[in-house]
Design a protein around this ligand. Sequence first.
Ligand code: NAI
Length: 334
Amino acid sequence: MAYTITLIPGDGIGPEVANATKQVLEAAGAKIDWDVQEAGAAVAEKRGTTLPDEVLTSIRRNKVALKGPIGTPIGKGFRSVNVTLRQALDLYANVRPVRSLPGVEPRFEGTDVVIVRENTEDLYSGLEVMIMPGIAQSMKIITERASLRICEYAFDYAERMGRKRVTVVHKANIMKISDGLLLECFRKVATKHPRIEPVEVIVDACALQMIKNANRLDVIVTENLYGDILSDLGAGLVGGLGIVPGANIGVDAAVFEAVHGSAPDIAGMGIANPTALIQSAVMMLQHIGELAAAQRIERGLLATMENGVRTADLGGPTGTDEFTRTLCETIGRM
Ligand code: NAI
């Protein structure tokens, strides 16, 4: 059976890693008809919007999308397309498995922690005002509904994946009401999952624990901003942003994308590491039930890494195209 899946190549290194990922999926035998949609700065010039309506319509119709990174101007300019997509489609759970790969020489071998980040609210509400010259205010929105469902997602995920513990990461010692609400919801949900150990950690202590013993945290559930920051910290532990995948999961749709951004510093140079988007595509294949193709890619990736084939971000000499070709050949031999 062929699936129709929305593909948003994105900008910066997005088209390069998206193209690599398409080739790898094809080599693994995944039958996918791509419904390619443009979003981001490039389309804004042509269409007057960074997120044309047909992008959302396509994802709503196909229910699944693979997305390359999209840049967001800092301090001014248009609103983040990524945040808008997540909010418009109510993709409330951002799941980011942070795992070591062989041959990458990660800071800590055997790292295996999953970050489940609430994806729709917190300081990403976009509600900011300059109250008066010199005083700016940003609204941190935390709701009971979103907190309960992200905690439920994290505990369900832990049970489904055979994990032992869920660690809620918060700052309720300072933000007693907003982070306090998340904590209250976490405790309520934890009582329904007696097989999973609930752990509470303050976000600054969590940063330290990530470095000292990330695996103890097991599955992290946290707010949008803390999850964003801890994901990059996690990426640093296992070799960098080039390898960490992610999934944005909602009730009606799911969008799979790497943790990294559009990497404008290396865009067009042919040296981007496509592994993070390829691993995001593996999560996508698992989501749609194409387990054999997912497994072939995972095994191919492990073999390629074990053979020392590495892109520049991991200290190797291999470019995006050569890495992709080697991986496709490895998959073809399996
Ligand atoms: P970034 O993740 O794009 O880059 C940070 C560093 O990591 C750069 O040195 C870059 O070259 C390197 N890097 C990232 N991905 C790589 C890969 N696959 N292979 C090799 N090296 C890689 O973060 P930055 O520079 O903070 O953001 C750039 C733009 O991306 C910004 O406009 C930001 O808003 C956007 N962004 C988009 C995201 C998304 O679409 N989901 C997520 C994060 C940032």
